[in-house]
Design a protein around this ligand. Structure first.
Ligand SMILES: [Mg+2]
Length: 382
């Protein structure tokens, strides 16, 4: 048994090392292929043109040009991003974009409201999942499509929607020319009468939220998602908490957990699928309970995740529409990676098909896969 665990550990370490080498090589390749800055770099090469079938955005009133609003996290974007975004819109025949920068105190809420009030054709969240969430929250049930330019560390929603990473201009082109599809969002309340919050990927109570809250930002800038691995290793050992879970109208179930995660979709970094089979448009909230008692149990958890098991060793996934979790003591909580303090109550409910999101159609995906476009600003971020 012990030998098996050691073999698993070695395999995982090799996997992580290969992953780091792969990421580093990819970044080097992208940088090497980038031309320098200056005049030539300021105008991205005109694309071959969108597939007419991909032009799903409704035409504006006669004579009017389409316009995008971009809610931009300036901390995450390359210095030339504004010029780059304007050039992409021009080449697509769209009006000058309305670019609104987020602030430390407001990661996107007021900016998305301003974008909606301006009557734009698409609202693009340019940043990490922490920017996408407040922007999407304002777009739910409006029918105005959400575009995503992933500039963060995790970019989990972009990964789940197969939006191109590390190529902001192409992600923006996807936001302009892509196809509109409806996806689910989930609502969360952190107290019985509490404010409604929207999340798009996962909300968590316990271990994972504690990891998010304790991740070193400076390290995150340097090594990306591996900073979460570092924080996670410091939090592995700890006591399980007693919680009661009520799925839909069923009887409450009492159990001990390290973490409870409610997921709208399941892909995370490194190609792992934390919630196998979970999709953004299946109308299902998948609830993962993680309940290891000790370090050895964590190997079972890892094996279950790697093995894509819905009911594994110290893990269990329950599909539902709504879950109410009540804990004996307060635990840390996170929504799409944003630490939201501590709570002893978390209610989560799926809201099917309530958000329109713009993703790459087949023709656009083919061009992105071909990867034969220039990288005008020498900028990669994935
Ligand atoms: Mg789902």
């Amino acid at each position: 048994m012990l030998l098996g665990l050691l073999a698993l550990l070695v395999t995982l370490l090799i996997g992580i090392a290969v992953g780091i080498a792969f990421e580093a090589a990819r970044t080097r390749r992208a940088r090497a292929s980038a031309p320098g800055t200056g005049e030539a770099a300021a105008a991205p090469e005109a694309p071959a043109g969108p597939d007419p079938q991909d032009q799903s955005a409704p035409a504006r009133a006669a004579g009017g040009m389409r316009r995008a609003a971009i809610v931009l996290n300036p901390v995450k974007a390359h210095a030339d991003f504004r010029a780059s975004a304007a050039a992409v819109c021009r080449e697509a025949g769209w009006a000058e974009p309305l670019i609104i920068e987020t602030e430390e105190e407001d990661p996107g809420t007021e900016m998305a409201r301003e974008a909606l009030a301006a009557g734009v054709d698409v609202v693009v969240a340019a940043g990490g999942d922490g920017t996408v969430r407040p922007v999407a929250e304002q777009l739910v049930h409006t029918g105005v499509p959400l575009g995503i330019v992933p500039l963060g560390t995790g970019n989990l929603l972009a990964r789940n929607l197969s939006i191109v990473l590390g190529r902001p201009e192409w992600a923006l082109r996807t936001a302009l020319w892509g196809v509109d599809t409806s996806m689910d969002v989930a609502h969360a309340q952190l107290s019985p009468e509490g404010e409604d919050h929207v999340f798009l990927v996962m909300a968590g109570l316990g271990f994972d939220a504690a990891v998010m809250a304790d991740t070193n930002d400076a390290l995150k800038t340097r090594v990306g998602w591996l900073a979460y691995v570092e924080a996670g290793s410091r939090k592995l050992l700890g006591n399980r908490a007693k919680v009661s879970l009520r799925f839909d109208d069923k009887e409450p179930k009492e159990t001990r957990v390290r973490s409870v995660l409610g997921g709208n979709c399941g892909k995370v970094q490194g190609g792992l699928e934390l919630l196998p089979g979970a999709k953004v448009d299946d109308g299902i909230l998948d609830v993962l309970i993680v309940s290891p008692k000790n370090l050895a149990d964590w190997f079972g958890v890892i094996a279950s995740v790697v093995g894509r098991r819905r009911r594994g060793l110290h893990t269990e996934i329950t599909p539902c529409s709504r879950v109410v979790i009540e804990a004996e003591d307060e635990m840390e909580v996170q929504l799409d990676g944003d630490p939201c303090g501590e709570t002893a109550y978390l209610a989560m409910e799926i809201d099917p098909g309530s958000l329109v999101v713009r993703t790459a159609g087949e023709e656009l995906r083919r061009r992105i896969r071909a990867a034969d476009w220039p990288v005008p600003f020498g900028y990669t971020n994935d």
